[in-house]
Design a protein around this ligand. Sequence first.
Ligand code: LLP
Length: 414
Amino acid sequence: MNQILKDHFLNRIDVEGLVKKYGSPLYVYDEKTLRERVREVVNLLQYPWFGASCSIKSNSNLYLLQIVREEGMEADAMSAGEVFLLEKAGFDASKVFYVGNNVSAQEMKYVLDRGILVSVDSLSQLELLGRINPGGRVALRFNPGTGAGHHEKVITAGSKTKFGIQEDFIEDAKAIVRKYGLKVVGINQHIGSLYLDAKPFLDSVKALLRIAAQFENLEFVDFGGGFGIPYKKCHREPRLDLKGLAEQLAPLLTGFREQYGKDLMFKVEPGRYPFAECGAILGTVHAVKTNYGTKYAGTDIGFNVLMRPMLYDSYHEIVVFRNNEMLDVQDREKVTIVGNICESGDILARDRLMPPIREGDIIGILDAGAYGYSMSSNYNLRFRPAEVLITMDGDARLIRRRDTFEDLLAGFEC
Ligand code: LLP
């Protein structure tokens, strides 16, 4: 068996017992893997003026956020809901950075009232912030002109996206800043999600530093997230070379600090990197059939549980358990693995070479810790799964219960 699969945390746990106890499907997270990945980004550069924030849209489980906080990450938030949850997870307002996009005055006020710094990404939102909070502090999100990412839907910089202020409008932004007596204390960007080659990120760092040089009183520059993880583990997809990235990043930042002449912080804000690999989904095969020559394995992992394959054609490794053992079969056959949602696009993997799957098998979808549960829904009125944490001691701890029928009624109390 592929060594990566052999070493996977799912091989150390009682998958059948967990599914029996907490229901199927089930999200399972490994604390050890989470802490390791968080430490990699926190320690990317060993300077006191470098920090990593966690982009919690990728995973907003309260208990996992507490672990991330303990490990020294700050956080970015994109909505009032994320701000609320970060407060509950114990993040101090000074450690939260609100990166807004097309937000209402009411939401902006909610965030500002909590003493949290807001980044705006358009001139009209800068005007809005000026009206709400004249004389206040603000960060500006720029669009450095080129983006990167695993799918066009997640490339968030360049000429084809709604994000950020175009560099050509710096003077217009400065005019609004003057009009309201605002202080630009930070600038930020996020070029997109999941690159495995550092080059586009480093190019965007250079572009953002050129923009930063045009602002005099910055306290920080935030380069965003996007660090990829290898989803195609069985195809030996190489990891993003974080060490190499750090070696190239360091001279750019130290050079800029010297030239800028003021003490300023640099930050990154990854979401996928800390969370993706610590999470997996377990599900059950309820039906196997052949339709017009295609073999289907029908599971309870619909796209309400994991949206990524349906939304972006994303690839996740899938493993099969029988009698609590991960199958390692040389004879493999093509199978299309699907969920239980009433849409034909509800496909986890098309024509995948797998060990022959039977009813009753448990399947595991790997690397589902980021943008898994956080993008799940009750579509078809299916329950969102429970989430379980495998602690450092190897115990399984329930960190979010499965939905109930009552939850489906929660919004109707009017
Ligand atoms: N900062 C900002 C402003 C962002 O919009 C994002 C993600 C991040 C940081 C974190 O990016 P990451 O390090 O996770 O790549 N649902 C998609 C990914 C969408 C990312 C949206 N923005 C997926 O499942 O691939």
